[in-house]
Structure formats: structure tokens, C-alpha cells
Design a protein around this ligand. Structure first.
Ligand code: ASP
Length: 344
């Protein structure tokens, strides 16, 4: 480590990556992050200065919720000027949700915030944790004449850095656990770190970081399936207090045209509740009006999620509802990419 080396803050929230095997009991337990260098001495070889911050009680990411997203955002807010980059260790199960949320919460971000985790604990002989962690730190340290190369929220896993809000967890076993089907990787790690400069976000000029902590979590995600009943839809759509709805639809945004469904949807929208159309397909885009089965949705003013992931749609809906934009602007704002989460 030399004077002037980038300073990286490692934030540990929980998940498999931070676990070691208790050889007496055979079970996995969280290890004390103050001992990080003891477990990964390779970190001393990196050209950066590493500091750590751990959640008081590290959690399995299945227990993540917006309150914890705000906790992470607050740590970044408070340490933003002191560090050149941030690496967030997080369970892989809901990493795409948290990372998508952070991408919206951190407006005008001009430094790298890289999420990573692993499929096997850091204390396991065959672990993928070391490579994921070391390369994430290297990516967060990359700079060009003092300016960070990555100026957005990324997710690094198994040799690829993705734009976080484009990712989905696709595999519960393979080391290659994530995919970004609608956007190319931002960087790939091989013999060299190969950065795809054309794919990165290039914020025009440094504006002050704005951290949005108000998220509206009273939203509903309905995955449609052939055979979903009128009773079920009416039950969901009449829930009190719902502020926004995401419909996971078929193919390019198609749904049943049965009159009872169109009527229920119209009644929901008449209450002023924004409804977003997101495809169940992992890749490709919603294109309302392309088939007859989506014409009515378009005419009713359903919001097109275009090629957004469900994870990013949830985060964006919570973020925009929390911002209290006017009802008239809501559709237009949602349909515009704010952090590179959808194509124009
Ligand atoms: N269940 C774990 C979690 O998401 C899995 C992992 O860490 O990859 O916290």
C-alpha cells in the first residue's frame, strides 16, 4: 500500500460470503470482519487501503428489507467523501433487489459501489468468495488520473461486473449465479480486467450526491398465470392502502383479454394507482400494442416497464412513490431510464 492509493470501504451485511465453518459443529457461522486480513492475507497485496464496516448483526439476505437498504445508503452517505469506492458484501439471494434499490437511492453517484457475495463461504476450500471479493475491490479501486472508472452501482460475480439494476439471480448452485440478459457486462475478469467503457454510465459532471431514504413499500407484485381466477385478482386489486402495482405479464407484455380482468384493472387504475407492466421473460422487452392482448393495457395507460427486471421495477416503483412525483408525471418518469436500468 502506498500513499495516494485508493481508499475502499468494505461493508459487510451478511450472507454466505462472510461465513466460516465451525469445524467442531460443522455448521456455518459469521466471522468477525475485524479478522478479515487474517482470513484473506491476499488483500494486503492490493494497491489500496481497505477499511471495514459490518452490520451489527449480519443477516441472510432473505431477511433484507428497505430499512436495511437505507442503512447501507446511510453508511455510504456518511463515508462518501472519505472513500474512493465501496464494496458491499451481501447474500446472493436478494442481492439484485438491494443493489437495484441502491442504484436509485444514490442519485448523482460518481464513485463505484460494487455488490458481491459468493455461493460458498469464504472459509471453504473451493470457495468462490476470494476471487469475487478481491476482484470487486480491484474494480472499485480502478481509476484514471484520479477519477474512478466505475461511477455507478455494479454487481460482481464469477468474473463479470454487471450494472446492478440489470441483474437477476438465475442459479442457486452454479458459481455463475447472476445474469444480465438485457445489458452487456461492464467488465470481465480474465488475465486482465477488461472494462467495457462504452457500457458504463458516464455522469456528465460531478454533482453533489443525493441520498434518497424514503421508499414506499406498500406495493404489490402480481405474477400472472393461465388460470388465475377473478376472485384472486379482485382480492389483490382491492387491498387497502396499495400505492402501486407491478404486473408480471407474458412475453412482450401480454395478458388475458377476458372482460372481468380488464374491468378489475380499470377499476384499480381509476383509483389513481400506477400499474407497471413487466415481462416474465428473463430477456427482451415489453412492447404494448404489439399483440392484440396488450392493446387494452396500452389504451388504459398502463406503464411500460420496457426491458426492466422485476427486481429493478420493484426498486424503482418504491423509489418514485417515495419521491411523491405528481400523478400526471409518474408514467413518463417511470418509462425513462434514470440509472441505466432500461433501454431508451
Ligand atoms: N441465503 C444466502 C443469502 O442470500 C445465500 C448467499 O449468501 O448467497 O444470504
Amino acid at each position: 500500500m502506498a500513499k495516494g492509493d485508493p481508499k475502499i470501504l468494505l461493508i459487510y451485511t451478511g450472507g454466505t460470503i462472510g461465513m466460516i465453518k465451525d469445524f467442531k459443529t460443522g455448521s456455518l457461522r459469521n466471522f468477525n470482519f475485524d479478522d478479515l486480513l487474517k482470513h484473506i492475507p491476499e488483500l494486503r497485496l492490493l494497491d489500496c487501503e481497505i477499511d471495514t464496516h459490518s452490520f451489527d448483526t449480519p443477516i441472510d439476505s432473505s431477511n433484507m428489507r428497505p430499512k436495511y437498504w437505507s442503512d447501507i445508503a446511510l453508511v455510504i452517505k456518511n463515508k462518501y467523501q472519505l472513500f474512493d469506492g465501496f464494496v458491499i458484501l451481501h447474500g446472493s439471494d436478494t442481492m439484485s433487489y438491494t443493489a437495484s434499490a441502491l442504484s436509485f437511492m444514490l442519485e448523482n453517484l460518481c464513485k463505484p459501489v460494487i455488490f458481491t457475495g459468493s455461493q460458498l463461504p469464504i472459509g471453504d476450500l473451493r470457495t468462490d468468495a476470494k476471487e469475487n471479493l478481491i476482484t470487486s475491490i480491484q474494480l472499485a479501486s480502478l481509476h484514471n488520473e484520479g477519477v474512478p472508472v466505475v461511477k455507478e452501482v455494479g454487481l460482481y460475480f464469477e468474473y463479470k461486473l454487471y450494472r446492478a439494476n440489470r441483474t437477476t439471480k438465475i442459479n442457486a448452485e452454479h458459481f455463475e449465479a447472476f445474469a444480465s440478459l438485457n445489458y452487456p457486462p461492464l467488465a470481465e475478469s480474465g488475465v486482465h480486467l477488461d472494462v467495457n467503457k462504452g457500457a458504463l454510465l458516464h455522469p456528465k459532471k460531478e454533482k453533489e450526491l443525493i441520498v434518497h431514504l424514503e421508499l414506499e413499500d406498500d406495493i404489490l407484485l402480481v405474477k400472472m398465470f393461465p388460470g388465475i381466477t377473478e376472485k384472486t385478482i379482485n382480492h389483490f386489486f382491492s387491498l387497502k392502502g396499495t400505492k402501486g402495482v407491478i404486473l408480471e405479464t407474458y412475453g412482450s407484455g401480454n395478458l388475458t383479454t377476458e372482460p372481468w380482468f380488464i374491468k378489475a384493472l380499470q377499476e384499480l387504475m381509476d383509483k389513481g394507482i400506477p400499474v407497471v407492466n413487466v415481462t416474465q421473460c428473463s430477456g427482451g422487452s415489453v412492447a404494448m400494442g404489439h399483440y392484440e392482448t396488450s392493446v387494452a393495457l396500452k389504451e388504459m395507460g398502463v406503464i411500460s416497464g420496457k426491458d426492466i427486471t422485476t427486481e429493478a421495477a420493484i426498486a424503482k416503483l418504491m423509489y418514485l412513490l417515495g419521491r411523491n412525483d405528481s400523478k400526471e408525471d409518474f408514467k413518463n418518469i417511470f418509462e425513462c431510464p434514470l440509472r441505466g436500468e432500461m433501454n431508451v
